[in-house]
Design a binder for this molecule. Structure first.
Ligand SMILES: Nc1ncnc2c1ncn2[C@@H]1O[C@H](COP(=O)(O)OP(=O)(O)OP(=O)(O)O)[C@@H](O)[C@H]1O
Length: 635
């Protein structure tokens, strides 16, 4: 228990140190200026109280010698305090901007350090990331400001405690003693609020998801067609209401606590005023003493309340900020030496690889033993959910095998740097990205260095993917934004586009070719991975692309996944996956001769074409043109 508290205290101290380090490093000079202002404004109220008392006493005793000086000093302190307010507002905002920049830079550098997918798929990590992202904007500066606020308030407390002690030690003790229960109550509230923030994080994450869905252009078609607007709005509001119920519970507890504490302080102040006023009335003390008492009581209670409010306010930020530091401290999920893998000479091997996405989940790959020889083409086929894409993700080291290993020329890829390994792979994933960027950018993302070094590389990749004519014909050519959300563009090369123009959207097949061009930009990649590279293409385009891919793949190591068996028939080796196991392997002819699953699926597809081609069975008027060899309907 005690060690748990000690560990929490150490964690707390580290969190606070991290926030202060961010604050001071992001703007060292401004932070120093802020500290000077804090010290000055911390001492100003006590100075004002004593100057006022001295002035009142001199005036009531009709001592005129230093009245002018005291009045000027009083005005000077007041003026400096007022000016410091404006300077503080500016300095706080300026530091806030710089700290926010530095904090976000560090947060997303830490996120990029997680180079696999498993951690990103963990909902707990996501909740933590969302909170960290929220707090990284204003959080570190708010924490540092709270710490400075506490310093300032403690200076005021010190000054007024000394002042009050000279007037009434009993009142001083009472006022100070009343802060103990207040502090305990505030700390309890801080803990409650911290727990509430974590409890409601999943609700708020789901609420954000529904909100984004309702605003998403890509989701808009289905939402309208299926009339889902009200349904998602309802779900969004349910999540928000649940989160708000948690907040409201803590707000009620806060009101109760703060209300009771304020009654306590009012009672103490009333008793102190009553006692001292009577004493002065009976000739013990001066009117100046009363002025100091009123200022000291108000100042001390105000400052103590300020300390507590700072603790309460900062407490919530503090709890959330622990998630920020946790993400920054999280070790990288994948390790490996920095030595780049050598160019592939022998091949890639899956050695008795077993894989499941979570310890509680089913096996997705079971005892996969597979070699992709260097310079050879391998095709993976199988029904939906057989594990084909998962195998590709293991090859790219987006996940690690649960058992067994994947080797690159005999070296376990776990010992290689994931980024350097991936740099040797060009891939089109089944769920490729459509970036709301220019056409040029959409392709250049496949190799930013290459695109920058070789101005013609993007267009050549687009030509090889068969999408150059379409992109060149766009309103601003390759500089056209492929987005309906962001409409005007600056070219990726930093040159303003000629005139402003609306963004455009491509067809599904055109997007697929842009994704292919992105992969082909890595023309020197050792391995080309194509997961359903032509599912969205029309028959003519597919034939053309596959002819190009055949040329590209020849002499290159490639892994092709396709449900259209006609497109894989010329692969050097075809592997059939079923339920995560390899059930058949061989070339097209041997698999047909074996008359297993591949032969059955191939015949099923071929029969579909024959049926469409027989008189009476089609083709229908307006149907797709007759397909050429290699064009098959999907499984
Ligand atoms: N990120 C994930 N987390 C948990 N399970 C997953 C994940 N991705 C895939 N799966 C599961 O793994 C199994 C294999 O999926 P995979 O995408 O590898 O199949 P596939 O053969 O590529 O299918 P398809 O032909 O439909 O693309 C499926 O049961 C799927 O539900």
């Amino acid at each position: 228990m005690a060690s748990g508290r000690a560990a929490a205290a150490v964690r707390g101290l580290r969190t606070l140190t991290a926030a202060l380090a961010l604050y001071t490093r992001a703007a060292p000079l401004l932070a120093a200026l802020r500290l000077v202002i804090v010290l000055a404004t911390g001492l100003a109220p006590v100075a004002t109280a004593w100057l006022t008392a001295a002035l009142i006493d001199d005036l009531t005793a009709q001592r005129t010698g230093r009245v002018g000086t005291l009045a000027l000093l009083l005005a000077g302190v007041g003026g400096a305090a007022a000016l410091s307010g404006y300077v503080t507002a500016f300095v706080e905002r300026e530091i806030g901007r710089r700290v926010s920049l530095a904090a976000q830079e560090r947060l997303f550098a830490a996120v990029s350090r997680q180079r696999g997918l498993a951690r990103l798929e963990d909902p707990g990590f996501h909740d933590r990331l969302r909170l960290a992202q929220q707090v990284s904007g204003a959080g570190p500066a708010a924490l540092a400001e709270a710490a400075l606020g506490v310093v300032q308030a403690l200076l005021i407390v010190g000054g007024f405690t000394a002042s009050l002690l000279t007037l009434s030690p009993l009142v001083t003790v009472l006022v100070l003693a009343s802060t103990a229960p207040a502090l305990a109550a505030q700390l309890t509230l801080v803990r409650k609020r911290g727990a509430m923030v974590l409890d409601t994080a999943p609700n708020l994450r789901r609420q954000t998801f529904y909100t984004l869905l309702l605003m998403d252009l890509r989701a808009a078609k289905e939402i309208r067609l299926y009339g889902l607007g009200g349904y998602f709005r309802g779900r969004m509001l349910t999540e928000l209401r649940t989160a708000q119920r948690g907040e409201s519970r803590v707000d009620r507890a806060t009101l109760l606590t703060d209300g009771s504490l304020s009654l306590l302080t009012t009672g103490i102040a009333a008793a102190a005023l009553y006692g001292v006023a009577l004493r002065i009335a009976h000739g013990h003390g001066t009117a100046g003493d009363l002025a100091v008492l009123v200022a000291a009581l108000a100042g001390l209670q105000g400052a103590l309340a300020g300390v507590l409010a700072q603790i309460a306010g900062a407490g919530q930020v503090f709890t959330v900020f622990t998630h920020y530091t946790a993400i920054l401290d999280a070790p990288a999920d994948l390790t490996g030496t920095d030595a780049p893998p050598p160019g592939l000479r022998d091949g890639i091997r899956f050695e008795h690889v077993w894989f499941r996405y979570s310890a509680a989940g089913d096996w997705v790959l079971r005892d996969i033993d597979l070699t992709i020889g260097a310079g050879r083409s391998l095709a993976l086929v199988g029904l939906n959910g057989a594990g084909k894409s998962t195998l590709v993700k293991l090859l790219c080291r987006l996940y690690e095998p649960t058992r067994g290993r994947v080797t690159w020329d005999g070296v376990d890829i776990r010992s290689l740097d994931p980024d350097l390994l991936r740099a040797r792979i060009g891939a089109v994933f089944q769920d490729f990205m459509c970036y709301d960027l220019s056409a040029y950018d959409n392709i250049a993302l496949g190799g930013l260095d290459r695109a920058a070094a070789d101005p013609g590389a993007v267009e050549r990749a687009a030509t090889r993917a068969g999408v150059h004519p379409e992109l060149a014909g766009l309103p601003a050519g390759y500089d056209t934004m492929l987005s309906l959300v962001f409409q005007d563009s600056r070219t990726p090369r930093g040159v303003p586009a000629a005139g402003r123009f609306g963004g455009v959207s491509l067809s599904g097949g055109q997007w697929q070719r842009v994704a292919l061009a992105r992969a082909l930009l890595r023309s020197d990649a050792d391995v080309l991975v194509l997961d359903e590279p032509s599912s969205g293409l029309d028959a003519e385009a597919e034939a053309e692309i596959h002819q190009r891919l055949r040329e590209l793949r020849s002499g290159r190591t490639s892994l092709l996944i396709s449900h259209r068996l006609g497109t894989v028939r010329d692969a050097d080796r075809i592997v059939v996956l079923d339920g995560g196991r390899i059930t058949e392997a061989g070339d097209h002819a041997s698999l047909l001769a074996a008359d297993g699953t591949y032969a059955r699926l191939f015949r099923l597809q071929a029969d579909g074409y024959r049926a469409a081609g027989t008189p009476g069975a089609g083709p229908r008027e307006g149907a797709a043109p007759p397909v050429t060899a290699g064009q098959q309907p999907q499984l």
